[in-house]
Design a protein around this ligand. Structure first.
Ligand code: NHR
Ligand code: GAR
Length: 214
């Protein structure tokens, strides 16, 4: 069994998608939130997953918060740590500690639109294609090796909420897929650092075109 700890800050719908996927060989050991009011804690608890809060406001510095967060994580000795709508930038020391076993989902087609407010930035830039990216976390924000992406169209009349909803539906598809690949030991790194997916038959590994919305 590969043990997974999921970190959330809010609603936790990506965490929920991963839990609902019931990935063979994976056990969700804990869900940890940095906000006591994170909505996703309720879903996790109702699925008998141990939940914990490490409130960043209770710590004097990012180093202190990250140290407490690492202690809470390490209590479960996870094989994989999953950021699912986790909203705190992590220190280099934290990221290096979980090197190669820390995943994030980011709501844009990286390297476009790192950071926050990605849907607004996409609308302002006038891109016709937007999406989401699962990547390994490295110290440089939203710059780690890409595992899988999904693209969606930007449609006439889109506002941030409509575009975010279209992207989120794809997040719920690709994040469980990325976790499945990790758990199955199929992820590797090519020379130069790009992620490879072993045994992927169809086309360039890890790249998917989602079905067009109805
Ligand atoms: N940490 C490192 N070192 N590297 C990454 O790639 C990280 C990371 C921490 C989080 C997720 C990321 C995203 O997918 C992520 C990737 C939060 C912020 C942010 O600015 C930016 C990017 C991401 C997450 N957070 C503010 C902060 O001061 C707080 C914002 C808030 O609380 O609402 O930490 O987008
Ligand atoms: C998701 O769209 C996720 O990609 C994004 O926030 C949403 C969280 O939803 N993450 C970030 O913006 C990280 N900075 P969820 O809590 O329902 O999974």
């Amino acid at each position: 069994m590969k043990k997974i700890v999921i970190l959330i800050s809010g609603r936790g719908s990506n965490m929920e998608a991963i839990v609902r996927a019931q990935i063979p060989g994976a056990a969700i050991a804990a869900v940890i939130a940095n906000r006591p009011d994170a909505g996703g804690l309720e879903f996790a608890a109702s699925h008998r997953i141990p939940t914990f809060v490490v409130d960043h406001k209770a710590y004097p510095s990012r180093d202190a918060f990250d140290a407490a967060l690492a202690d809470a994580i390490d209590a479960h000795a996870p094989d994989l740590v999953v950021l699912a709508g986790f909203m705190r930038v992590l220190t280099d020391a934290f990221v290096v500690r979980y090197s190669g076993r820390l995943l994030n989902i980011h709501p844009s087609l990286l390297p476009s639109f790192p950071g926050l407010a990605t849907h607004r930035k996409a609308l302002e830039a006038g891109v016709r294609v937007h999406g989401a990216t699962v990547h390994f976390v490295t110290p440089a924000l939203d710059c780690g090796p890409i595992v899988i992406q999904a693209a969606v169209p930007v449609l006439p009349g889109d506002d941030e909420a409509r575009l975010a909803a279209r992207v989120l539906a794809q997040e719920h598809r690709i994040y469980p897929q990325a976790v499945r690949w990790f758990v199955d030991g199929r992820l590797g790194f090519a020379d130069g650092g790009a992620v490879t997916v072993r045994g992927e038959q169809d086309g360039p590994a890890g790249w998917t075109v989602p079905p067009v919305e109805a």
